[in-house]
Design a protein around this ligand. Structure first.
Ligand code: NCN
Ligand code: DMD
Length: 351
């Protein structure tokens, strides 16, 4: 019963009538048709997802999921593992990039510790400790998670999405924090896309080229051990991470509650890829914020047929790239909602 494949959260279909009305409205606004480019499509898609004529992303719900990775013992990151827990404290005290961005956007920021090696500090304000385990096992040698742990982590994410829905969130952003998680994400993406690790493994927080080659060999060993071609949530259990599984659960959970999702960088996109492989109807609910500098992101975006909004060379995680793209989505909504029509403004339309 606790096999990950039993996870059957289903996203609903977007509203076709709201989509059609939004398309008609865009075509009647005082601009040549299509001249606002992808901002037009963005507003139309939001109308269909929010089943409204007046789309809005004023209420943004951000959940950052943190977890540690057993594969760190293989020397695959430029930073030590304790940074994961230290950054949780930084999120709590408002000093992290995502803290500043959330504050700027007036977004809620939910920090969830899904499992660190460093014992949780229960005094930290605003941090939820929903530890599934003290980090994952080393995926190069054994499954990162048991099936039960993967399901528990999916549930942690789904619960965060439920909180976003209770707070009437109009857009969900998931962020990740986990030293070593670019190794897990690359391994997962290789298994799901049948790719060579040398094409998907990158520097993460800052490995040099020798470090990247070593990391690719670690991923290769993991793939040999766990094999490919299994169902997506089993691949997630053996090669993923606690925060990555929580992100998969959160993304599915948000869409199933009719909250559109703005996907961040490499790690969140891999969590989204797992979710789309599990529930293809989820794809409709995803906007892609940016192209991360982590080289494997490009391949994952292509597999999801995704055109990100921004390309700023960011590679931080935390949901930061998604937060940076929110103002663009807000502008797309304002244009859709507030521009005059040809008729109202007395402007001649094309003959
Ligand atoms: O989101 C991205 O595209 C991204 C790319 C590179 C690194 N990161 C962040 O850096 C950490 C993982 O890097 P590493 O080198 O320890 O695997 C983790 O906390 C991620 O949030 C994030
Ligand atoms: C300092 C630091 C902050 C981060 N935020 C997300 N991943 C990170 C990795 C490091 C090393």
């Amino acid at each position: 019963m606790n096999a990950p494949s039993a996870w059957t959260v289903k996203p609903p279909a977007p509203d076709p009538a709201a989509r059609e009305r939004a398309r008609e409205r865009q075509n009647g606004l005082t601009k040549p048709r299509g001249s606002l480019g992808r901002l037009e499509q963005l507003a139309i898609t939001l109308c269909a997802l929010q089943a409204t004529d007046r789309p809005s992303v004023e209420r943004v719900a951000i959940s950052v999921f943190a977890g540690d990775h057993g594969v760190c013992t293989e020397g695959i990151s430029a930073f030590p593992q304790e940074v994961t827990a230290q950054m949780i404290a930084n999120f709590a005290s408002g000093g992290a990039a995502i803290s500043v961005l959330a504050n700027h956007l007036g977004a809620s920021l939910d920090v969830v510790n899904v499992g660190t090696v460093t014992p949780p500090d229960h005094q930290l304000p605003g941090v939820r400790h929903e530890m599934v385990s003290a980090g994952t096992a080393n995926l190069a040698r054994q499954p990162a998670m048991t099936d039960d742990q993967a399901v528990a982590a999916l549930r942690v994410g789904d619960t965060a999405a439920a909180r976003a829905a209770e707070n009437h969130g109009q857009l969900f952003i998931g962020g990740d924090m986990g030293i070593g998680n670019t190794t897990a994400a690359a391994a997962l993406a290789c298994a799901l896309l049948d790719e060579d690790p040398r094409n998907l493994v990158g520097p993460g927080t800052g490995l040099d080229s020798e470090g990247v080659s070593h990391k690719a060999r670690v991923v290769e060993r993991a793939l040999e051990r766990h094999g490919t071609g299994r169902e997506p949530l089993s691949v997630l259990a053996s090669l993923g991470g606690l925060e990555i599984a929580a992100l998969t659960g959160a993304i599915l959970g948000a869409a199933s509650r009719r909250i559109p999702v703005l996907v961040d960088g490499f790690i969140v996109s891999v969590a989204a890829l797992v979710a789309v492989r599990q529930q293809p109807a989820l794809r409709d609910w995803l906007f892609f914020a940016h192209r991360s500098a982590e080289p494997g992101h490009q391949r994952v975006l292509a597999a999801l047929d995704a055109q990100p909004l921004l390309d700023l060379g960011m590679r931080l995680g935390e949901g930061s790239g998604a937060a940076v793209a929110v103002p663009l989505m807000r502008l797309a909504c304002d244009l859709h909602n507030d521009m005059a029509s040809f008729e109202d403004a007395g402007v001649s339309n094309r003959s």
